[in-house]
Design a protein around this ligand. Structure first.
Ligand code: SF4
Length: 294
C-alpha cells in the first residue's frame, strides 16, 4: 500500500520495532545531531549524493568515481527513467491529494511529463505500468480521507488531510553537515509515525537498500535534532498491468548507522583522492556506465 502500513506491519511496528528501539536504544555518538564529532564527522570535503553513499549496484564503487572524478554523464536507461518518472508521479499525486484534490487526470499529467522530458524510450510500456499505480494511490488516499472524515465529523478539511495523508513526499533535506549534498530529497517521511521511506523501482530487494532510510534518518537528526528510529525500504515492481509492492520495515540501529558511516567514508575518500577502484566483476546490464567501462 505504498506508504500506508498494513495491519500486520502496524502490529510489527508497535510490538517489535518500537519496544526494541526503546530497550536497545542508539549509541549517542551515532545520532545525527552529533555530526560534529567522531565517528559521524566527515573528514573529507567532497559532498556526494545519498545514492552514491548507499548504492552498491557497482561492487567496487566505480560509478561514484566516474560521476565525481571523471565527471562522466550517466546513460539514462529505461530502468533509470522508469524509476525517475515513478518518483515524480508519487510526488505529484501526494502533493495534490494533500491539497484535497482527488479528481486528477492521469492523461494530463502524463502528457506534461512527456513534454517536459522530450523523447522517453519505451513510453507506451511505461504508461501501462504507471496508470495502475496512479489509480491505486488515488483510491487509497481517498479512502483514508473518507475514513478520517467519518471519525472526526467536526474537523476541517485541512485537519482531516493532515491525519489521513501524513506523508511528506520528496521532502527536501540538507545533508552538508554529514558530508553530503545540500539538496537531498527523501522519498517520504511519515510525520505521525516518524518513519523514513525509500522507494526503489524494479528488481529484487538488496541488503544495502536499508542504508538509504538510515542515511536520511541521520540527516534528519542532524538538521532537526529529533530521533528517527524506523526506516522502511519499498520495492515497486510492475508486472502484467499490476503493481507489486514489497516493504521492509526495520529499526535503524547502531549496526546500520555504523555501516552507513563506513560507506560514506570509503566513497568520500575515493573522490577526494581521485582513486579509481577498478571495474566490477559482474556489471549489471542496467548500469548507467556500461558503455564507459566496456
Ligand atoms: S559498468 Fe561495471 S564497473 Fe562500470 S560502473 Fe557499472 S558496474 Fe561499475
Amino acid at each position: 500500500m505504498v506508504f500506508y502500513l498494513s495491519a500486520q506491519e502496524q502490529k510489527y511496528l508497535v510490538n517489535r520495532i518500537l519496544p526494541t528501539a526503546r530497550e536497545v536504544g542508539i549509541s549517542p555518538e551515532l545520532r545525527g545531531w552529533n555530526w560534529w564529532k567522531e565517528p559521524l564527522k566527515p573528514y573529507q570535503p567532497a559532498q556526494i549524493s545519498m545514492f552514491s553513499v548507499c548504492g552498491k549496484f557497482c561492487s567496487t564503487g566505480r560509478d561514484v568515481y566516474l560521476t565525481y572524478v571523471e565527471r562522466k554523464p550517466p546513460k539514462r536507461t529505461y530502468e533509470i527513467m522508469l524509476g525517475a518518472i515513478t518518483h515524480n508521479l508519487l510526488e505529484y499525486v501526494f502533493e495534490e491529494v494533500r491539497r484535497g484534490k482527488f479528481e486528477l487526470s492521469f492523461e494530463d499529467w502524463w502528457r506534461n511529463e512527456l513534454a517536459r522530458r522530450g523523447q522517453v524510450e519505451g513510453a507506451q510500456q511505461m504508461e501501462g505500468c504507471l496508470r495502475p499505480l496512479w489509480d491505486y494511490l488515488l483510491t487509497q488516499t481517498k479512502s483514508a480521507y473518507l475514513e478520517a472524515k467519518s471519525s472526526h465529523p467536526f474537523a476541517t478539511d485541512s485537519q482531516l488531510l493532515a491525519v489521513a495523508v501524513p506523508f511528506l513526499v520528496e521532502h527536501k533535506l540538507d545533508g552538508s553537515l554529514l558530508g553530503l549534498s545540500g539538496t537531498l530529497s527523501v522519498d517520504c517521511y511519515d510525520y505521525l509515525r516518524h518513519i523514513i521511506f525509500d522507494v526503489k523501482v524494479g528488481g529484487e530487494r538488496r541488503d544495502f537498500y536499508r542504508l538509504y532510510p538510515t542515511g536520511y534518518a541521520l540527516v534528519f537528526e542532524s538538521m532537526y535534532e529529533v530521533p528517527v528510529d524506523v526506516g522502511c525500504s519499498i520495492v515497486l515492481n510492475f508486472r502484467d498491468g499490476k503493481v507489486q509492492i514489497s516493504r521492509d520495515l526495520f529499526f535503524i540501529g547502531d549496526d546500520l548507522r555504523s555501516w552507513w558511516i563506513e560507506e560514506r567514508d570509503r566513497k568520500q575518500e575515493m573522490v577526494a583522492q581521485k582513486k579509481d577502484p577498478g571495474r566490477a566483476q559482474n556489471c549489471p546490464p542496467s548500469c548507467m556506465f556500461l558503455e564507459v567501462c566496456s
